[in-house]
Ligand binder design. Structure first.
Ligand code: NDP
Ligand code: GDR
Length: 344
């Protein structure tokens, strides 16, 4: 039976892929968009679903906005993907980040409890909550040690979602997702910064790219298949929380090494620390530099997830490997720059 799905953050990477998936399944998708002075629906357009999603004004900072939306839309399921999602920014905007990332979900839960407690609610939790990880790999049972205002805010959201499930019986679930990327990833995140940046260097639009900590390790999957995991989490008969991850981690440095050949570069690292550079040995040009302003006040050094619970209970497993993901992103950015299309 067709359902009505409300997605917050529908203009973001995950929101766009999830909207497409739900539409393909025959559901009605209502997407919450916060008002900004510029149009940010390019991802929905690129996936060919912009005309099929009902876009509504929805800022999760505003509880009256949430209340009226839920009363009017009458969703069967809510996927709360909206967030100030950039970890580095959260150090400069800790209060704002808490307002959106911690209190935003709390506002939703309170309205759901009041208006219609049968609505299913999904909260976008994050592997960043493990931070200075207590064990490797990280599963649903690993203790949390958040290392940024973003992660601290998301940890509140995680526990308040569980609390409303335990206190009021809401069907409220958290997906603890490890990094997932795609050609639709925002350009401030390191993977897309690498593929879009190298494309620009190749076509002469940029001279060099500057990064922070090249040795941070992440468990990178493909967003297009993680949204199916998100959907499955909310369909499980018993509300619960699930890790979604590939189980493999690589460094930022390795991601750059995998991406460089797609743009015809033969990369070699020279020097160390903030003086380290990445050189194209074919042309002798410096492609990569270090800019300490990209270092974070507290770093998350390495994360790798154990997604066995999702595999056993939901039948979900990540399939796309890191080399395939890098190829997909590199090809998309090469095409955009070569054809003079916006990188967004
Ligand atoms: P994006 O940054 O691409 O998208 C975030 C979305 O939230 C955008 O649509 C943004 O709108 C919207 N938003 C921000 N503030 C508000 C607000 N006040 N009211 C309403 N909407 C708002 O994130 P992703 O798609 O990558 O991630 C989706 C969610 O999953 C986020 O909550 C993120 O923290 C979480 N997450 C992501 C992971 C990843 O690797 N991608 C891993 C784990 C968790 P606008 O377009 O106007 O900016
Ligand atoms: P992350 O993603 O913080 O894991 O959060 P990001 O891509 O920003 O950083 C990953 C790692 O790369 C290092 N790094 C750099 N990062 C950026 N952005 N820019 C750089 O120049 C750079 N150089 C090195 C970082 O220090 C870090 O260690 C993402 C977001 O999607 C969150 O919303 C989500 O919750 C987590 O993934 C899981």
């Amino acid at each position: 039976m067709s359902k009505t799905i409300l997605i917050t953050g529908v203009t973001g990477q995950d929101g766009s892929y999830l909207a497409k998936l739900m539409l393909e399944r025959g559901d009605k998708v209502v997407g919450g968009v916060r008002r900004t002075s510029s149009d940010n629906t390019w991802r929905l357009a690129e996936l060919g679903v912009l005309d099929d999603v009902e876009l509504i004004d929805l800022d999760i900072a505003e509880i009256t906005n949430i209340l009226r939306t839920i009363e009017r839309v009458k969703p069967d399921e809510i996927y709360n993907l909206a967030a100030q999602s950039f970890v580095r920014t959260s150090f400069d905007h800790p209060i704002y980040t808490a307002d959106i990332d911690a209190l935003g979900p709390a506002r939703f839960l309170e309205v759901v409890r009041t208006v219609n407690p049968t609505i299913r609610f999904y909260q976008a939790s994050t592997s960043e909550m493990y931070g200075k990880a207590a064990e490797t790999p990280q599963s649903e049972r690993t203790p949390f040690h958040p290392r940024s205002p973003y992660a601290v805010s998301k940890l509140y959201a995680h526990w308040i979602t569980i609390n409303y499930r335990e206190s009021y019986g809401l069907h409220a679930c958290c997906g603890i997702l490890f990094n997932h990327e795609s050609p639709l990833r925002g350009r401030e995140f390191v993977t897309r910064k690498i593929t879009a940046g190298l494309a620009q260097v190749k076509y002469g639009q940029l001279k060099t790219l500057a990064f922070g900590n090249l040795d941070a390790k992440r468990d990178w999957g493909f967003a297009g298949e993680y949204v199916d995991g998100i959907r499955r989490i909310l369909q499980a008969p018993q509300a619960s929380d699930y890790v979604l991850a590939t189980g493999h981690a690589e460094s930022v440095r390795r991601f750059i090494e995998l991406a460089a050949p797609h743009f015809g570069f033969a990369l070699e690292w020279r020097g160390a620390g903030p003086q380290e550079i990445g050189v194209d040995t074919k042309s002798g040009r410096t492609l990569i530099e270090i800019d300490p302003s990209h270092y974070r006040p507290a770093e998350v050094d390495a994360l790798v997830g154990a997604a066995q619970k999702a595999e056993h209970e939901l039948g979900w497993r990540a399939q796309v490997t890191l080399p395939d993901l890098v190829a997909m992103m590199a090809e998309a950015d090469e095409r955009r720059v070569r054809d003079g299309k916006p990188l967004n």
